[in-house]
Design a protein around this ligand. Structure first.
Ligand code: FES
Length: 162
């Protein structure tokens, strides 16, 4: 089937088997080898991408679900101002994800910050798709709260100088 979607800012029409997982599409059809199938089935959380701004496990998203959607991988997200908010939050809390889960965890933080989620239970539930145990749950909650604060300040500055 033909699928129109946007991946990392590029508008694409892909010819795909409708069940092909997004993680494989990224690797085989768009040449993004940074997103790797680590476990092939919701066991590690290390294949996370943003689909229309929401963090999702790319190995669990079939091709037909990305029709008309915008997919963002960490490779393009890392260059954005939104990532700067998250880096500031890491620094301010004094806690950083390890090398293995840095990309996926940062994308989940982005999804939570973008939605303005402050409920600790909800934050930890969303982050629980990452199985890497490198971060303290209390730090994770504080990173989201600091990230929301940084985003708000930046948006206020933007409207003031618009
Ligand atoms: S590859 Fe492990 S959760 Fe997707």
């Amino acid at each position: 089937m033909k699928i129109d979607c946007t991946i990392d800012g590029k508008t694409l029409t892909l010819s795909l088997n409708s069940d092909k997982p997004l993680s494989l599409i990224l690797r085989e059809n768009t040449g993004d080898d940074a997103v790797v199938n680590h476990c092939n089935g919701a066991m590690c959380g290390l294949c996370t991408v943003l689909v229309d701004g929401k963090a999702m496990l790319s190995c669990m998203v079939p091709a037909f679900e990305i029709r008309g959607k915008t997919v963002t991988t960490f490779d393009s997200f890392r260059k954005t101002k939104n990532m700067k908010d998250i880096e500031k939050a890491y620094e301010s809390v004094g806690s950083f994800p390890c090398q293995d889960c840095y990309a996926s965890r940062s994308l989940i933080f982005e999804s939570l910050i973008d939605e303005g989620i402050t409920d600790p239970e909800e934050i930890l539930k969303e982050l629980s798709i990452i199985k890497c145990p490198c971060m303290d749950p209390e730090d994770e909650i504080n990173i989201v709260l600091k990230g929301i604060e940084a985003r708000r300040k930046r948006n206020v500055r933007r409207t003031q100088f618009a």
